[in-house]
Design a protein. Sequence first.
Length: 393
Amino acid sequence: MNSLNNNPMDRKLVIMSAVFLSAIGAMFYNLLPMFLGVAQDYRELDNQSIGLLSSMFFAGYTLTTSTAFFWIRRVNWKIVTLLALIIGSMALILAGFSRSFTVLMICIFIAGGAFSTVYGIGATALGDTGNPARWFGLKISAEAMLGAVLLFLLPGTLISSFGFKGMMIGMVVAVLVLAPVLSWLPETGHTGHEQEDGGADIAPGLQVAIWIALFAVTVFLFSATMIWAFVERLASTAGFEPVLVGKVLSLTLVFAVIGSMAAVVIGDRFGSGKPLAAATVLFLLALGLLSGTTTVTDYAIGACLLTTAIGLGITYVITIVADLDMDGRYVVLTVPAIGIGVMTAPAVGGMLTASQDYSTILMVGGGSVILSLAAGLFALARGLPAVREAEKT
């Protein structure tokens, strides 16, 4: 680990810049339920269309993050981030004023690529610090808090006045408010060690375990995103008042912060498997409450349990990959693994809810999170013995 004196990435302003830029990059994901609801209400789209629309964003996200390995160490971070912020903001504005569904999809796709660039650079900068686990926890909390603020403010202000345009404008305003932190971002990172030509040899059995762990990441994010994307529609179907639902959703992101901060506090005290199992149980309890919700109180409790489980679970399902990755070549693959999960989830969710019946999506979400837990535990059982044996030699 690099010391504070030797690592320029440990400067407080650098860390804060990376944290807030990551929050900008994750803004769309945290506003996803509201985005889908507002798009449906003001653009008269069916569930399949809004599911496809959000999947276009994450298609752009996944395409960019899948190639980041090849360019993220070779470009000027300040220039690329500035360009991405400009392109992403322009795409959102054009999407807000466009009446063509095709143009809307193209703009959302471009925005996905732009904001994932900002997110990837922010996350890489934090990964270069001397204590990345601590700052990743702060990053996740900042992402959720920005989403909570916007979910609380936008429904009764810009959305009520301007509809879908208002939401797009609100997101761009958030970008403009936070963009000045870019001045604190360095032009490049600091890995703190020499890159190895090939890395350590990993036994075939351990490689299989790592790929299973990456599968667990994809499935967990698929399940979490599918339910999160349509949690606002559950409230709408139940007849709850939109502004009140917006406030509940903003509260849920506070609980996402609690889940992520719990992971920071727990650390590796209980390994990765047990905390992931706890998150899975919370997730299933949340689905039970949401499936039979008749009051705003039940809905709020279920939604808050859901985001707590997501905040806790994401941390540990990714940590499983890190536990098994002996030479650091595979952890970077968690980024496109996440992208695949969040890209496919809204489209599948839209198809499953085409009839406005949400029972199927809840069952698929529950089954998927159980599958993710099973895959993660299997990967640990298969891979950890090989890691421990390698550490002895």
